[in-house]
Design a binder for this molecule. Structure first.
Ligand code: FAD
Length: 553
């Protein structure tokens, strides 16, 4: 099929679309326009190059213009910005920033992947020197050379999202004392607050200062320093600022061509990624997509969806019928020794959208505890109270987080339930997992509650308890309580002493059973219940308590 395909944007979505289109059609004329110098570079690696974890700048260049051109026979025109689309005459206007010349190029089909640019709020002093944003290689070069040459002592990162926190970690690696200012009362929005609290503690333990529920009101200069003023009337002095408060879609080109946008500027597309013009497809950070769990439209500026959408758009442009099924929002972040990951629905979104759910927390080891370096991970899952269908998962820990979140993501994609999680046969040998994998354990606990074998109480229900008829029972050993922390209201009955203490307990009370992570709470619950007591297991144990009811306990 002879077809002339124009691709706008040459990084994640655009480069993928170009390669896929060529593999499907050896005879197509394919022109890729990229405004900047580099195509197909590793955006996701940029913070790590600044932090010198990635040592060679060349490693950020996944491929070069020449290599890509040779392998895929694609006409790559870098330094070339598409400035308008003339849909009536099916041609685009291109400005070559090196020659300063503009020209028109005709097309049969277009795939747009223009991405999203860092949001810069109109604050006083926002354009001062040494206030940086990070999107591409030139931004990276600027920040890295500033750090290399000036050896800054302090930085402020505005925004506690993925890029902000990655920058905080990498600046810390470079010996720069970093403060993160976040307008919300937590970092990493896809996590629920009590899970984010685990991450926050870890950030502070690694020397990052956090200013939560605080926002920047202005910047000013004092000698070589920047003064950052905040809504809590603080002034933080630093040597550089990284602004990472989110991105906005680069959709002016689409808007000027009368392509339909949502109210956040995201390009609207159909399931096959067609815009409201059947000859123009759009992919990546610039588009609105659909959340597969909530079925609601959403924007998700992540590399995985952009790459997959690039393939789907190329299929459709080349005459295949391929659908993009939507997104779960699966994401992962390394922070010092920790990994934090999430997929699907979180509690905040479930509540906002009126979706009914149950939740459960489990804490399992990454692999068999008798094999060296086993690390505990915290898992929170959301599931349907009706049929146990898995709705979302959040996992935080030091090891094995990545594979568990991917199993949860696969389970949500496959519409599996917590009963399926119980049954999944996952790979096991001591260095890798336990005979009951953390995913299985999350399934056991959730399925136990659905079957009525376990009644949980959650941290956010504690305030509703009637102190007169509830008794908190701490099932941990006295040594654990002394070393890990106390729940003030609780009486201590180590789990192995429960049976002999039962005759001394008042059957008119409700017993709230606590241990470190929940397992002994469950064991004790079964004993209490079968001896005719009213009891609840505090789900997630002291580990969740200290990050939720009593942060910092
Ligand atoms: P981009 O990759 O941004 O490419 C768009 C390109 O289009 C740009 O090069 C731009 O110059 C060009 N362009 C725009 N308009 C025009 C025009 N009119 N004419 C010609 N060219 C044009 N995602 C993850 O999933 N995991 C991560 O760990 C992760 N880390 C990240 C770290 C950083 C520092 C950054 C900046 C992003 C990170 N992302 C991560 C996000 C991920 O990089 C993006 O989701 C992905 O690159 C989006 O792909 P895209 O093709 O839509 O846009």
């Amino acid at each position: 099929m002879s077809i002339k395909l124009i691709i706008i944007g040459g990084v994640a979505g655009g480069a993928t679309a170009a390669a896929r289109a060529r593999r499907l059609n050896e005879h197509a004329e394919i022109i890729l326009f990229e405004r900047d110098e580099h195509i197909s570079f590793a955006n996701c690696g940029l913070p790590y190059y600044i932090g010198e974890v990635i040592q060679q700048r060349d490693n950020l260049l996944v491929t070069t213009r020449e290599a890509f051109q040779k392998r895929y026979r694609i006409d790559i025109r870098n330094f070339s910005e598409v400035v308008s689309i003339d849909r009536t005459n099916k041609r685009v206007e291109v400005r070559d920033s090196q020659s300063g010349k503009s020209y028109w190029e005709s097309y049969d089909k277009i795939i747009m992947s223009p991405g999203a640019e860092p949001f810069k709020p109109p604050l006083e002093g926002i354009d001062l020197p040494n206030i940086f944003t990070l999107r591409n290689i030139p931004d990276t070069d600027q920040i890295k050379s500033f750090v290399d040459l000036n050896k800054p002592k302090s930085a402020v990162v505005v925004g506690g999202g993925f890029i902000g926190l990655e920058m905080a970690e990498n600046l810390t690696h470079r010996g720069v004392k970093t403060t993160v200012i976040e307008m919300l009362d937590q970092v990493i929005v896809p996590l629920d607050k009590e899970m984010a609290s685990i991450v926050q503690t870890h950030l502070m333990e690694n020397g990052v200062d956090l200013e939560l529920s605080n926002s920047v009101t202005s910047f000013s200069q004092s000698g070589n320093h920047i003064l950052v003023s905040t809504s809590q009337n603080k002034t933080i002095e630093c040597d550089l600022v990284i602004l990472s408060i989110g991105v906005k879609p680069e959709s002016a080109l689409a808007q000027n061509a009368d392509l339909a946008l949502n109210d956040r500027g995201g390009i609207k597309v159909s399931d096959n990624l067609e815009t409201n013009d059947t000859d123009i497809y759009a992919v990546g950070d610039a588009i609105e997509t659909t959340n597969m769990v909530t079925k609601q439209p959403m924007m998700l500026p992540l590399a995985g969806p952009a790459n997959k959408q690039g393939r789907v758009a190329a299929d459709n442009a080349m005459g295949r019928q391929t659908r993009f099924n939507g997104v779960l929002g699966t994401s992962i972040l390394k922070l010092f020794q920790f990994t934090a990951a999430s997929t699907g629905l979180n509690e905040k979104t479930a509540r906002q959208q009126g979706i009914s759910y149950l939740k459960s927390y489990t804490h399992s080891f990454s692999h068999a505890t008798y094999y060296p370096n086993a690390e505990r991970m915290s898992i929170k899952i959301l599931f349907s109270p009706d049929n146990g269908k898995l709705l979302g998962a959040q996992v935080i820990g030091k090891g094995g987080v990545d594979k568990r979140i991917d199993v949860f993501a696969t389970a949500i994609y496959g519409k599996m339930s917590v009963y399926d999680l119980e049954a999944l046969e996952l790979a096991y040998a001591p260095p890798f997992s336990s005979a009951k994998d953390p995913v299985n354990v999350a399934g056991f606990v959730a399925a136990n509650t659905l079957r009525g074998d376990l009644e949980n109480i959650h941290w956010d229900e504690m305030a509703d308890l009637n102190a007169d008829n509830t008794v908190f029972v701490d099932l941990r050993t006295p040594l654990e309580i002394r070393t890990c922390g106390v729940i003030k209201e609780a009486v201590n009955i180590p789990v192995d002493d429960v049976r002999e203490k039962l005759p001394t307990l008042d059957k008119s009370k409700i017993y709230i059973l606590f241990c470190a992570v929940g397992l002994r709470g469950y064991i004790a619950y079964r004993i209490f219940k079968q001896h005719g007591f009213e009891a609840r297991c505090f789900n997630g144990g002291y580990d969740i308590y200290k990050h939720s009811v009593s942060p910092g306990a």
